[in-house]
Write a protein that binds this ligand. Structure first.
Ligand code: AMP
Length: 713
């Protein structure tokens, strides 16, 4: 069975299980109703039996589902990553450092292609304003954003050894262990443990301490852990030789975009909504880096800040994605059924499950991006943040989670952060961070007409006097906003505006109406935040398979668009003539930016195909003895191993068109004659040393020399 059909079977099993679970809910309520109505014991008994039968059925299916996950050979995968230098531990010969990894050539190529597609899919397609801000960030910026005080994880220590651990991960691991050791645990109890596990990073220190005790979590020394306490994840440093200016390596790229908001708005000719984007490094001093590239201390992020009117979060392109189906794991389902829902994003927004169109739009675009780079759609889902996980100012958050051998892992956050970020920077720097929206036709509005006593304000606030009057003026533009201030001033003689205490002697007002041509507001921010390293790692896992379950035949099935190298060119013999044709084809491919790998080694052809398979090269062109006679070559497609024969001068166009999606491989097999070649190493060794014309699998027909597959043996 191929992995694709396995995924399909899994989703069929999941559908069946979901259907039975729905029947269980219905039958459960029937039983309750019967009891309430005082039905006879026989009738109740029968209904209970039906309920039990359904539960047994569901448990069987759940077990099947758990057991039928495609097996993942982590050892072979990890070996391949290191051997082919996808990823290596940084500073390895000095003993390495936890949570730091270097990417080798194939992963660099893959990452560059992923980022190129990301820029095209988001930045270029939507005219986003791209920036590259510095990683070194002065303390004041991160104090303002809240990172200095709150960018923490809860940590515990082994009281004997001082070793540090991330408390929520200990709880998650303990629950995994418990479930693994008790496979026959009743479904409801299992669900309850999973519910606790899903909330692990949302508990308070006190709650976590209790749970760690409850799940009997002990430190490696055998002692209970210390109480949990917050640990700030930022790397602190100093900027400049005096050592007095505190700085941090940025933990996210977003702040650089927020502080540039006014210039970005100008750049966009003051038009709203608009988005800014940035790709760059983020640094987090993770307490317990683990799971390969999934939790590291330095990683590439791609962040988008979409600035939007808080009262109108519609998105002009939403209709283009409204029918896209996503797998959603809403907060009610996380705390209740534990089941996901597959639903069109248009319906999810309409039903209020996803807060607004812009948030929904980006979730759908993220799903499309993941599909484009070749992620397995059956292993993607969007999980909504629980109320306890969300910052107080956030309106809604959904994480795209990707399933790998480490379980479901958050790879892209989608957060509606309301006006928080612009507000805090505006207040701290006394720089208005507002946008203006012009009305098509002027609006008649109730407003407050203000008269300031500038002397009174100046006496109290001196150089901040302008900030106080501007804050009042902003509120006065809509009577609804000013009314509470007016009431407080009348009733108590004072009111607080943007943190300033305003007293009655500073301002008088009059309620009036005004034709308003525009409105000023602090934009809300909707932020998709991509962890490129996590996406890269997940893609590596989703792409890995072993041909015919043979551990010696590892393949990376990168799609042609993201594959680090598009084509291998191999000579069948080491003759000068063959080699010169190989060089000619390779350079014609390089000329059109098709990264090409030449393998002139003396290894058998099958071995050389296998080497290209391991780094995911989708096509291999072979120059053989027939090439020297008639200028034809073969192209082999990696996954089907099907080969076609075609004139060598057509190779660059064919590869280019397939890589750019203008042709499919199927089209190619229809256009050119297919040849079948035994890829066993012996056969290829023989072929490689065979005299011209000895390739017996190729047949001549009236349509051309090579028109149909030769018999298998
Ligand atoms: P956050 O700002 O915490 O929502 O993180 C944004 C994205 O960065 C996440 O969705 C992850 O993909 C990625 N990320 C966060 N922490 C790490 C880490 N320690 N290692 C690798 N990627 C990370």
């Amino acid at each position: 069975m191929t992995e694709t059909t396995e995924s399909l079977d899994l989703s069929k099993l999941q559908d069946e299980l979901d259907a039975i679970n729905a029947q269980i809910t219905k039958q459960g309520s029937t039983v309750r109703q019967l009891k309430k109505d005082g039905a006879s014991a026989d009738v109740i008994d029968e209904a209970v039996k039906a309920l039990q039968a359904l539960k047994i059925n569901a448990a069987g299916l759940a077990e099947k589902l758990l057991g039928s996950e495609p097996e993942f050979d982590r050892k072979a995968f990890d070996d391949l990553l290191i051997r082919k230098m996808f990823v290596v531990p940084s500073f390895e010969i000095h003993g390495g450092v936890k949570g730091l990894f270097d990417l080798g050539p194939p992963a660099c190529g893959l990452k560059a292609a992923m980022i190129d597609l990301w820029r095209k899919h988001f930045v270029l397609a939507e005219n986003m304003l791209e920036m590259e801000c510095t990683c070194l960030t002065p303390e004041v910026v991160l104090k303002t954003s809240g990172h200095v005080d709150r960018f923490t994880d809860l940590m515990v220590r082994d009281t004997q050894t001082g070793e540090c651990f991330r408390a929520d991960k200990l709880l998650e691991d303990a629950i995994d262990d418990l479930l693994e050791k008790n496979p026959t645990m009743p479904l409801e109890t299992r669900e309850e443990h999973l519910r606790v596990q899903r909330q692990a990073d949302a508990y308070s220190p006190e709650e976590l301490d209790k749970l760690l005790l409850q799940y009997d979590c002990k430190a490696p020394s055998g002692e209970p852990y210390s109480s949990s306490f917050p640990f700030n994840l930022m790397f602190r440093t100093s900027i400049g030789p005096e050592g007095t200016a505190v700085g941090y390596l940025r933990p996210e790229t977003a702040q650089g975009l927020f502080v540039n908001f006014r210039r970005l708005l100008d750049m966009n000719a003051q038009k709203m909504p608009f988005a800014a984007a940035q790709i760059g490094l983020g640094f987090r001093n993770e307490i317990a880096p683990r799971s390969g590239l999934l939790r590291v201390r330095e990683f590439c992020m791609g962040e988008i800040e979409h600035f939007v009117d808080p009262n109108d979060k519609s998105h002009p392109n939403f209709p283009s994605v409204a029918d896209k189906e996503l797998v959603l794991f809403g907060r009610d389902d996380q705390l209740g059924s534990g089941k996901t829902k597959t639903i069109k994003i248009g319906e999810a927004v309409k039903a209020g499950l996803v807060n607004n169109e812009t948030l929904g739009y980006f979730m759908a675009r993220t799903q499309l991006y993941m599909e484009k780079i070749g992620m397995d759609p059956a292993r993607l889902r969007f999980r909504q943040h629980l109320a306890t996980e969300m910052a107080h100012y956030a309106a809604d958050c959904w994480d795209l989670e990707i399933k790998s051998s480490y379980g479901w892992v958050e790879c892209v956050g989608h957060a509606d952060r309301a006006c928080y970020d612009l507000d805090v920077h505006a207040k701290a720097t006394k720089t208005p961070m507002v946008a203006t929206m012009k009305y098509d036709t002027p609006k008649e509005m109730d407003v407050a007409k203000l008269k300031f006593d500038r002397k009174a304000i100046g006496m109290v606030y001196k150089k901040d006097a302008r900030m106080v009057s501007s804050a009042l003026e902003a509120l006065a533009e809509d009577w609804k906003d000013f009314e509470p201030i007016a009431k407080a001033l009348e009733a108590e003689g004072k009111a607080t505006v943007d943190g300033y205490e305003v007293t009655k002697d500073m301002v008088t007002w009059e309620k009036t109406t005004k034709k308003v041509h525009e409105v000023k507001f602090t934009p809300s921010v909707i932020e998709p935040s991509f962890g490129m390293g996590r996406i890269l790692y997940s893609l590596l896992e989703h792409s890995f398979y072993q041909r015919d379950m043979d551990e010696q035949r590892n393949v990376m099935r990168f799609n042609a668009r993201v594959a680090p190298q598009k084509c291998a060119v191999l000579p069948i013999s080491s003759s000068a003539e063959c080699n010169s044709v190989v060089d000619e084809i390779a350079s014609s491919l390089m000329d059109i930016d098709m990264a090409t790998r030449v393998d002139k080694s003396s290894a058998a052809l099958g071995r050389r195909y296998a080497r290209a398979d391991e780094i995911g090269v989708p096509f291999a062109v072979t120059v053989d003895f027939d090439t020297l006679r008639d200028d034809s070559v073969t192209i082999r497609e990696r996954d089907s191993m099907i080969q076609v024969r075609l004139p060598k001068k057509e190779v660059p166009n064919v590869i280019y068109d397939v890589v750019h999606g203008r042709l499919t491989w199927e089209d190619v097999t229809k256009k050119y004659p297919v040849v079948q070649v035994d890829e066993g190493e012996g056969a290829n060794t023989q072929a490689a040393s065979a005299p011209p014309g000895a390739k017996t699998v190729v047949e001549a027909t009236s349509r051309g020399r090579f028109s149909r597959p030769a018999p298998a043996n």
